[in-house]
Design a protein around this ligand. Sequence first.
Ligand code: SF4
Length: 250
Amino acid sequence: MASDFKLLQQELKQASAQDVLVRVLAEFGNRIVLASSLGAEDQVLTHMAFSINPDVRVFVLDTGRLHSETYDVIAETQSKLGVKYEIYFPDAKSVEDMVNEKGINLFYASVENRKTCCGIRKVEPLRRALSSADAWITGLRRSQSVTRAKLDTVEWDDAHNMLKVNPLADWSEDDVWQYIKSNSVPYNALHDVGFPSIGCAPCTRAIAPGEDVRAGRWWWEDPANKECGLHVVDGKLVRAKSGDSKEVFE
Ligand code: SF4
């Protein structure tokens, strides 16, 4: 598949998000999964993909530290759209050991601690979620951050050895909200109070008008460290340092 991905990449280079989803859902069937963090982009994709195929697989990583508003989005999307999420939790023993050794809010103490927490609560569950798939779909957009500026619609994900599809790569934030409003898609109430990017509750804050959209994530850290660990290969920020296409969703 690694050798075929460039053909699909070329074929879908100019395709609309809808056409990209139609193509990849038909190509991969139940071997493709949509990764949802319950943010605005992922809600767009969930609605779009579910409209194309109600059996589409959508997974959520429940880190155990999400906002209550995020759980409300899960419940509302399940009841309104009928989406049956696959929800993955972190390994309980690993969380217990980490918290007992380093503290409940260890992530504020150092970048290393934050990466440890993301590793246990996100990275390992993500690997489990992707283990039954040959391709995955993310809501990444180029304009979200400097580390995503070279994002392609179809990429090869070396970290997980599978195809990664980013149907909204060339969408603007306005495109996202226009779709949500036009289609009455359920969305996280935190978006209405200054949260453009929604992750774990202790690691996400609202931003001021004009601030970078990623400024609310791990706001106490240097911006260069702000990918969550899911974008890391062998401990390095692959896209930020080499410009290739190995980045992974958060
Ligand atoms: S975002 Fe924060 S709470 Fe969530 S897994 Fe990463 S460090 Fe832990």
